[in-house]
Design a protein around this ligand. Structure first.
Ligand code: SF4
Ligand code: FES
Length: 235
């Protein structure tokens, strides 16, 4: 496996001692198939143990390692360094406040998720076994259930940059996932939750969320279906 010398610039910020964020440079030899997370680990283990970043599964499942590299929101554990030519510039997800280095404050993100009630609501009598769902019915929500709540979409949404109270693409996608789930019984309540001044109508179909999503979920398309459903329901 070949090694390559790369300059890595990381936006550092420790609110306990720094007045403002600053760029720190690291130079190292990395395997060409290293991921961004491998690079951060190497820097953390060998050069600077104070570097803060989130990671857990290393498999693109937990959603904790989303960050911005050379202007793109990516998952550090899934993104090889050979995707980027020249120097690698790593900064925290834009649009979130920084807690330390690459760790951002996700409290508001998860609070908005809770607002759309991200769990199944059932009124009908429970069946003996599981609720059945046809393959066609599942197809409607198949992609949306693969969301790993990394926040990359929400971070890249200009509507959210302009209005912090907007629910944002990840929470709205979660609402979609239950509204279009044939087993759920709370459709009207859920539609009311997203048909709000800070809800679905703040989505201006900009497509940034879709471009940022590391799971390639067609978020904008699903949010458009949500708008159509609200209009149909009101007629
Ligand atoms: S929709 Fe995609 S970008 Fe947004 S939180 Fe889910 S996985 Fe991340
Ligand atoms: S470490 Fe879990 S998604 Fe990257």
């Amino acid at each position: 496996m070949s090694k390559e010398k790369r300059v890595v610039k990381i936006l550092r910020y420790d609110p306990a001692k720094d007045k403002k964020p600053y760029w720190a440079d690291f130079t190292g030899e990395f395997n060409s198939d290293s991921t961004i997370l491998d690079v951060l680990n190497e820097i953390h283990w060998k050069s600077d143990g104070t570097l803060a970043y989130r990671r857990s599964c290393r498999s693109g499942i937990c959603g904790s390692c989303a960050m911005n590299v050379n202007g793109q929101n990516i998952l550090a554990c899934e993104t090889p360094i050979h995707r980027f030519k020249g120097r690698i510039k790593i900064k925290p997800l834009p649009g979130f406040s920084i807690l330390k280095d690459l760790v951002v404050d996700m409290d508001l993100f998860f609070e908005k998720l809770k607002r759309v009630k991200p769990y199944m609501s059932i009124d009908k009598p429970l069946p003996d076994k599981e609720f059945s769902q046809s393959p066609d019915e599942f197809e409607y929500i198949r992609e949306s259930v693969t969301c790993i709540l990394c926040g990359a979409c929400t971070s890249s949404c200009p509507s959210l940059w302009a209005n912090k109270d907007y629910l944002g693409p990840a929470a709205l996608l979660k609402a979609y996932r239950f509204i279009f789930d044939t087993r759920d019984d709370a459709t009207n309540e859920r539609l009311d939750l997203v048909n709000d001044k800070n809800g679905i109508w703040r989505c201006h179909t900009i497509f940034n969320c879709m471009e940022a999503c590391p799971k390639n979920i067609k978020i904008t398309e699903y949010l458009s279906r949500l708008k159509v459903k609200i209009v149909e329901n009101s007629i």
